[in-house]
Design a protein around this ligand. Structure first.
Ligand code: EAX
Length: 334
């Protein structure tokens, strides 16, 4: 019997809600009427992006007295990948993006510094950098690319999965076709250890893994678990090779059309939800790894020093691109 995906049911509900609430508006309506804003993600409703977005939407509805209604479009309903959704946000057709910073480097190179392998030690280090002056400066730098970035949420530390063989050391990756985000920093890192990286929009990855046109991919546990990659991947190697921030972005075109008090409500709500959304992924990671094991994935622990050294051969290139002092500033913020 064909399983109706929860996200499809929610999608129908979302559409009914959008239509009954007057449907998505392309610009704020006149005083007193409702402004419907579209929020797009690439992950299933159960994923932390959408759980955070539901809380964010509730705060916006409450604090604007119902003047602004945010309608969620999860699971890639509005685009096949995050880069494509960001392009649509830049044009002002989609109002809000919640997703990884991965593709943002293609719009604004400075934020790519966050994608450097093994840059972050742990969640405490992550929060200190992203919630401090370095993080705020990176968010503000996105405005010139057409994005009002409100806050960093979390995608998570990324791990490798594949369908071919148990991967324990970097040498085991040699020749594997590993899907990466459309992100130059990640491509460089996987090439450095002899893999064959294949940049691909997230919406195409499950099918490509199922059809074995690629061997593996890398993502945080929350994405691997919510996207049911255990159905198409046998091996999970806990590499924790890159920390992947997420970001809440409003189209700059829509941001400029908002009243200052609504801008303030949006900014405060996005920052308020950040710790809640990050905690969801962190608190559930161990349980989700256990569930992936029970669903048949072979989970492999690694020696991180081996992987860090193998990927560090790309460091010279990163230092040239981002400046050694900028990378050091992040490393030293502990
Ligand atoms: O943001 O494209 C990716 O691998 C992202 O991590 C995923 O869409 C969640």
């Amino acid at each position: 019997m064909k399983r109706i995906k929860l996200s499809s049911v929610l999608y129908v509900f979302t559409i009914i809600c959008a239509l009954s609430c007057g449907g998505p508006q392309e610009k704020p309506t006149k005083e007193g009427s409702k402004w419907i804003m579209k929020l797009a993600t690439m992950t299933p409703m159960s994923h932390t992006y959408n759980q955070g977005a539901l809380k964010f939407a509730e705060l916006i509805r409450e604090r604007t007295g119902g003047r602004i209604e945010i309608v969620l479009y999860p699971d890639g309903q509005l685009g096949k990948g995050e880069r494509e959704i960001l392009e649509t946000v830049q044009q002002g057709t989609i109002d809000i993006y919640v997703g990884s910073t991965g593709p943002l480097g293609g719009f604004n190179s400075s934020i790519g510094i966050l994608d450097i392998p093994f840059l972050f030690l742990d969640h405490t280090h992550v929060d200190k950098v992203l919630d401090g002056p370095i993080g705020r400066q990176l968010l503000d730098s996105l405005e010139k690319s057409g994005f009002k970035a409100l806050a960093f949420w979390e995608n998570g530390f990324r791990h490798l999965t594949n369908s071919k063989r148990p991967v324990k050391t970097p040498a085991d990756v040699r020749g594997l076709k590993i899907r990466t985000m459309e992100n130059k920093i990640h491509l460089t890192a996987w090439k450095a250890i002899g893999a064959n990286p294949v940049p691909m929009p997230w919406g195409e990855v499950y099918t490509a893994l199922h059809q074995k046109t690629i061997d593996g991919q890398e993502n945080p546990i929350a994405v691997i678990h919510s996207s049911r990659l255990n159905e198409v991947q046998k091996y999970l190697t806990l590499t924790q090779h890159v920390y992947s921030p997420a970001v809440v972005i409003v189209s700059a075109k829509k941001w400029q059309a908002m009243k200052p008090e609504d801008q303030d409500i949006f900014l405060k709500a996005a920052l308020e939800v950040a710790p809640y959304q990050r905690k969801l992924g962190r608190d559930n990671e161990a349980k989700q790894i256990e569930e992936l094991k029970q669903k048949g994935m072979h989970v492999i622990e690694i020696d991180k020093t081996l992987w860090r050294n193998a990927m560090s051969s790309a460091l010279a290139e990163y230092e040239k691109q981002f400046g050694k002092e900028n990378i050091q500033a992040i490393v030293n913020t502990r």
